[in-house]
Design a protein around this ligand. Sequence first.
Ligand SMILES: Nc1ncnc2c1ncn2[C@@H]1O[C@H](COP(=O)(O)OP(=O)(O)OP(=O)(O)O)[C@@H](O)[C@H]1O
Length: 264
Amino acid sequence: MEEYVIENEPYYIPVGSEVEIFTAAYRNHLPINLKGPTGCGKTRFMEYMAYKLKRPLITVACHEDLTATDLVGRFLIKGDSVEWNDGPLTKAVKSGAICYLDEVVEARKDTIVVIHPLTDNRRIIPIDKLGVILKASSEFMLAISYNPGYQSAVKDLKQSTRQRFVSIEFDYPPTEIEKQIVAHESGIDDRMAGSLVEIGHRIRNFKHHGLEEGVSTRLLIYAGKLIHEGIEPKEACRIAMARPITDNPDLQKSIDEIIAAILE
Ligand SMILES: Nc1ncnc2c1ncn2[C@@H]1O[C@H](COP(=O)(O)OP(=O)(O)OP(=O)(O)O)[C@@H](O)[C@H]1O
């Protein structure tokens, strides 16, 4: 399990009472759903909490081909024999790790059903292929993340799944905290970090004018890193912010204008 242990404290600035809420949920065996846009700090928060609670963290990036077998485990042929291999969820259940299913709506419906008996007071996982039912270690926790921005009728969590989790809502950090994060993570000075955050805010306002999602804290950090390496700031913002978030030339042009105005 050593590979899943987080040895050094991850850099994380709390933005509200999420640390206390997560801790209370953990102590009470409540599964947690982190809701929020991409790149706003959910994964970093999970790493931080796993470190604080001294639990290994097993992260699974969910996708549409992810099967229940991928999570639970499978038999693999090894030489002349067949060996059972625990999947990430089973590993976490046995060892008392925190299992984090990132972007859980991407997973197939039958995959999501596997987590149901683990998220009520039974806290069990049936392993059909072995004919056993495992009871989760008392330190085990299940967390999922979910981006409500991409919500569609086809890709949504069923109420029977949703109502098994307590939810913490995440959003881009408030201005002062986001500045601190961008400066810390990219190495640029506070003034430049302030400008990047301001550009970020202006771009986020476009969300109601055709932009699917605002620019993430992650992208602000990317822009900062490029600037720190010596890339001209306006160019860095264009390639780390304007280009990634939209292919629409009109929107890109408007964003380029914002960048030019702020980085005069
Ligand atoms: N409160 C915070 N404290 C410290 N760093 C933060 C915070 N919020 C965001 N960050 C920074 O933003 C970056 C992006 O966050 P993260 O990777 O956690 O996003 P995410 O919400 O998990 O995105 P996705 O849903 O796409 O996986 C992190 O690498 C981290 O540097």
